[in-house]
Design a protein around this ligand. Structure first.
Ligand SMILES: NC(=O)c1ccc[n+]([C@@H]2O[C@H](COP(=O)([O-])OP(=O)(O)OC[C@H]3O[C@@H](n4cnc5c(N)ncnc54)[C@H](OP(=O)(O)O)[C@@H]3O)[C@@H](O)[C@H]2O)c1
Length: 237
């Protein structure tokens, strides 16, 4: 049984990952901003009481990160996997454009706080538990929109830049902690039918989740610090 902490676990890809790890018998520490309001997580808790721990976590709030790390340490004495999944595309709602002429410092700061800075701070706080796990792995959910090579349009400026920044944070972290036995990989989950991806997206988040489970299970030292698709194909930086 692996012990897995997932951020943004209350909906979308995070909920699907939570469900699949629980179904196969792992212990999930499901982190979300408002666990008491997370109906699907509450229902899963009734089904998997002893293998599902609900944690409150806002990845942009350092006090919340510290409290969640303490809560995790109270529930388990090690973690085998952390999935940095929480993310935002347009915090200000659909009207908050990320096009040239409409960009704001506040818009940039909000997206960077969730997508780039939050994951590295969460990872930093959970490293002691990852080092104490039987194997320590970190999967950070990025996006093909964070690839400099693939970038072919301006919009969405902030989201793309935040995922490129996430990639650099996690590449830096991989270079440092890979030597200490904690492996890290960056994953593009594809365009999924979630709140973020919308109804017209090409992919069922359940398929992306299955791919992420497979690649996390098979992660080798030589793949540390890589950027891959949910099907474990390399993504150009
Ligand atoms: N959907 C796609 O097509 C697509 C494509 C490429 C990459 N991705 C990436 O895949 C990941 C999952 O996306 P998704 O499609 O499942 O998105 P989603 O359905 O919009 O879910 C986003 C999750 O992130 C959480 N979150 C947002 N801000 C947070 C914060 N400050 N602290 C903690 N949690 C926060 C949300 O919690 P609340 O419910 O509290 O808001 C929610 O649980 C994201 O990193 C996203 O960038 C998605």
């Amino acid at each position: 049984m692996q012990r897995i902490l997932i951020t943004g676990a209350n909906r979308g890809l995070g909920l699907e990952l939570t469900r699949q790890y629980l179904e196969r018998g792992d212990h999930v520490l499901a982190a979300s901003r408002q666990p008491e309001a997370a109906r699907e997580l509450q229902a899963l808790r009734r089904q998997y009481a002893e293998r599902l721990t609900l944690l409150a976590l806002d990845v942009t709030d350092e006090a919340s990160i510290a409290a969640a790390a303490a809560g995790a340490a109270g529930a388990v004495d090690g973690l085998e996997l952390l999935i940095n999944n929480a993310g935002v595309y347009q915090p200000g709602g659909p009207g908050a454009a990320q096009r040239l002429g409409q960009l704001t410092a506040a818009g940039a700061a909000e997206i960077f706080a969730v997508n780039a800075v939050g994951p590295v701070l969460v990872t930093q706080a959970l490293l002691p538990l990852l080092r104490a796990g039987r194997k320590g792995c970190i999967v950070s959910v990025s996006s093909g929109l964070g690839s400099l090579t693939w970038k072919a349009a301006g919009d969405p400026y902030h989201y793309s830049a935040s995922k490129a920044a996430l990639n650099m944070y996690m590449r830096s972290l991989a270079a440092e902690v890979g030597h200490q036995g904690v492996l890290s990989v960056i994953v593009d989950p594809g365009w999924m039918r979630t709140g973020m991806g919308g109804d017209h997206a090409s992919q069922d988040p359940a398929d992306s989740a299955r791919g992420i489970l497979r690649l996390a299970d098979q992660l080798h030292a030589e793949e540390n610090g890589g950027f891959v698709t949910w099907q474990n194909q390399p993504v150009p930086w």
